[in-house]
Write a protein that binds this ligand. Structure first.
Ligand code: BES
Ligand code: MN
Ligand code: MN
Length: 463
């Protein structure tokens, strides 16, 4: 491994510059305006894989954005690691809140990243983390140090629900044959508290439309006489939580698997400072479901949140009007064994049932995703744990995350493979927010740690 580590040290500047180039292309999958850039990013990923020495590279067409495939098979009798990542990013909006343009990457020091962090949309989620795998592979491959086979599958639609990836996986069982899936698209607790993600929440996402009168009305002539859809929507949304912040949709918690007291006690060992948490967000207190800690509320408990709400007059000045319609987008984060389709159905039935007189409700489901938990007694987890221990000099803590990567459950169903979530981001890296960034330390730590995963995974598989 010495040659690999030397190679990494000698190529740091180039590894950083190549990531910066990738970050300059606005591969926003949600907005058709960026289609050419998303496709160009796929080409760039393929070029980088080729330069790293991967073979059988293909930019696989789908009904949406392409999936980049590449591999290096050194010996069929050795284990195969399938690396998954995504090259698409979230929209940069609201762009006026970026202190530096989202697609003009720049390195700046922060309190948490004294060695500097790369500021750009996708720096952490997921271009920076995905790219660590390309570079780690390059370092292993160029030094003839690959202990196993490696396959890459990098998609361009993760941020919009990965619909076409499902089709691709179904049609490519043979090509994707592997022993384990390796993903860096999550986070860790802190740069001096390494952790490995052992669970992800699922997702049910709906859009609601409440309609009152057939047209906008003068609020003096009609106010007080008919249902105001915005008032009604606000009331309906407010009623979805009770005074203890439990969700009121009948049946919502029926399939939730509660953690045992031992598991909760284990979780509580992870360091958490409420003061630091509040300070970082500039809030005077936390708020959430009664009976659970902040860590629990954000990982092992299901939630319901309004992501956007609109209707009526929002321009300058005052316009006295009762709008005909009001809208909201609502996400529900799910935990094992909640089923996204079932939860969506429970939501629809409930939401329709609470519509006040004089209104009609339409609910449109968006993409969903299943929750996932990964075992800590697997070879994959143990190899990851040893790898972190090697590069951080500390044994990583297993933690369940609140985010969602729906394809993890899909991989297990379709390919029968478990995923190892080796994330190197921090919650404070502002993914999906303005000023997203990724620590230079984290980028290189990832590049150094991944080769050890290859090594330990291969050794543990053979012992
Ligand atoms: N990488 C994130 C998910 C994530 C981030 C998991 C941090 C754990 C820790 C992923 O790109 C993402 O944003 N997923 C979406 C869901 C998807 C269906 C749009 C999410 O969690 O909102
Ligand atoms: Mn991601
Ligand atoms: Mn994301």
């Amino acid at each position: 491994m010495e040659a690999v580590n030397d190679y990494i040290s000698q190529n740091k500047e180039r590894f950083l510059n190549e990531l910066m180039e990738l970050l300059k292309v606005p591969s926003v999958s949600a907005d058709p305006k960026f289609a050419a850039d998303v496709n160009k990013t796929a080409e760039l990923v393929a070029d980088n894989l080729r330069k790293a020495g991967a073979e059988n590279i293909e930019i696989c067409k789908t009904a949406g954005y392409p999936i980049v495939y590449g591999d290096k098979i050194i010996d069929n009798s050795l284990p195969t690691i399938l690396v998954y990542g995504h090259y698409d990013v979230q929209p940069a909006d609201p762009i006026e809140l970026w202190t530096n343009p989202a697609f003009e990457p720049i390195i700046k020091k922060t309190e948490i990243h004294p060695e500097g962090a790369i500021f750009a949309r996708g720096a952490c989620d997921d271009k920076g983390q995905m790219f660590m795998h390309v570079k780690a592979f390059e370092a292993m491959n160029k030094n003839n140090s690959l202990p196993c086979n490696v396959k890459f599958m990098i998609e361009g639609e993760e941020e919009v629900g990965s619909e076409n990836l499902g089709v691709f996986v179904k049609n490519n069982h043979e090509r994707l044959k592997a022993d384990v899936i390796l993903v860096s698209d999550t986070g860790m607790l802190a740069n001096d508290v390494p952790s490995i993600t052992t669970g992800l929440r699922g997702l049910s996402y709906v859009e609601v439309e409440v309609t009152g009168p057939n047209r906008d009305l003068h609020s003096g002539l009609y106010g007080g006489c008919v249902a105001n859809p915005i008032n009604s929507l606000a009331k309906m949304i407010a009623s979805l939580h009770d005074a203890n912040n439990h969700i009121t949709i009948p049946g919502f918690y029926d399939k939730v698997i509660d953690l045992t007291d031992e598991e909760r006690a284990e979780m509580a060992k992870a360091p958490f400072s409420k003061e630091a948490y509040c300070k970082a967000l500039n809030i005077n207190d936390v708020l959430g479901e009664e009976g659970y800690s902040t860590m629990e509320r954000g990982s092992i408990r299901p939630t319901l949140d309004v992501n956007g709400i609109w209707g009526g007059y929002t321009g300058d000045g005052a316009k006295t009007v009762i709008a005909s319609k009001a809208y909201a987008k609502i996400s529900m984060r799910l935990v094992p064994d909640q089923d996204p389709a079932e939860i969506t159905k429970l939501f629809v039935d409930h939401f329709e049932s609470i519509a006040p007189a004089g209104t009609t409700v339409k609910v449109t489901p968006h993409h969903g995703g299943e929750p996932a938990v990964t075992p800590i007694d697997s070879i994959g987890y143990q190899a990851a744990s040893l790898a972190y221990e090697k590069t951080f000099n500390k044994k990583p803590i297993p933690v369940r995350s609140g985010g969602s990567i729906p394809i993890v459950a899909m991989f297990e169903k379709e390919l029968g493979l478990k995923t190892v979530l080796m994330g190197f981001g921090l919650d404070s890296d502002a993914i999906h927010s303005p000023n997203e960034h990724y620590g230079v330390f984290n980028y290189f730590k990832g590049i150094e740690t991944i080769p050890y995963f290859y090594k330990f995974y291969t050794e543990l598989s053979q012992s």
